[in-house]
Design a binder for this molecule. Structure first.
Ligand code: DX5
Ligand code: ZN
Length: 221
């Protein structure tokens, strides 16, 4: 069993104080910085690009930065994010014309690749690429906004992905993103996830450490 990773989504952070917010949430015990890139085309919202990722690195953030690309097209942003200091880069397979090529671009750029599945995206996109994946991200809300409600049927999807990962024999993390809270994180882990994105659950509270500690307590029960 892989160690559980908590990945706060900075989509819910105070953008006016972003460096400080990221530093605070890492000091509060977070493992990974989840970085939601939205293009107002693939998803109906607009966030930030490689310049902000680079700015966080220049500010002194050394933790892994988990770039979640909600963009179409995908490929031309991969190298830019790698140069900006991304650690992991994932994309939505239906947004790429050539999934294997996009994954290989991420690997060649020195980052760890992942594929992202919306609640209704079929898992057949995993066929033929399991050997390239570092992580599989299951969306438990429809992408575009923080603060949405967890869609319970996605737990079955996590179970199905876990099964596929086990059958493949590859060492692939399973990440969950959307509506993750203290009160559902244990059920999500039991379904097979080992990396947990949480935006509003953490950043809407004054004490980030208290939320992250509560999540870890739930995970270790
Ligand atoms: C949604 C993003 C998520 C989002 C999660 O498209 O991918 O990362 O910020 O936010 P919460 O935890 O508030 O659902
Ligand atoms: Zn995300």
């Amino acid at each position: 069993m892989k160690p559980f990773l908590i990945a706060p989504s900075i989509l819910s952070a105070d953008f006016a104080r972003l460096g400080e917010e990221v530093e605070n949430v890492l000091n509060a015990g977070a493992d990974v910085v989840h970085f939601d890139v939205m293009d107002n085309h693939y998803v109906p919202n607009l966030t930030f690009g490689p310049m902000i990722c680079e700015a966080l690195r220049k500010y002194g953030i050394t933790a892994p930065i988990d770039v979640h690309l909600m963009v179409k097209p995908v490929d031309d942003l991969i190298e830019k994010f790698a140069d900006a200091g991304a650690s992991y880069i994932s994309f939505h397979p239906e947004a790429s014309e050539h999934i294997d090529r996009s994954l290989q671009l991420i690997i060649d750029a020195g980052c760890k690749p992942g594929l992202v599945f919306n609640p209704a995206t079929p898992l057949h996109y995993l066929d033929h690429v399991m050997d390239k994946l570092h992580h599989i991200l299951i969306m438990s809300v429809n992408p575009g906004f923080g603060g949405q409600k967890f869609i319970p049927s996605t737990l079955d999807k996590v179970r199905a992905v876990k099964q596929r990962v086990l059958e493949s024999g590859h060492d692939i993390r399973i990440e969950i993103d959307g509506g993750v809270k203290v009160d559902n994180i244990r059920a999500i882990a039991e379904a097979g996830a080992d990396m947990f994105v949480a935006g509003s659950a953490i950043f809407s509270e004054p004490d980030y450490r208290a939320v992250i500690d509560d999540m870890r307590t739930e995970l270790s029960r």
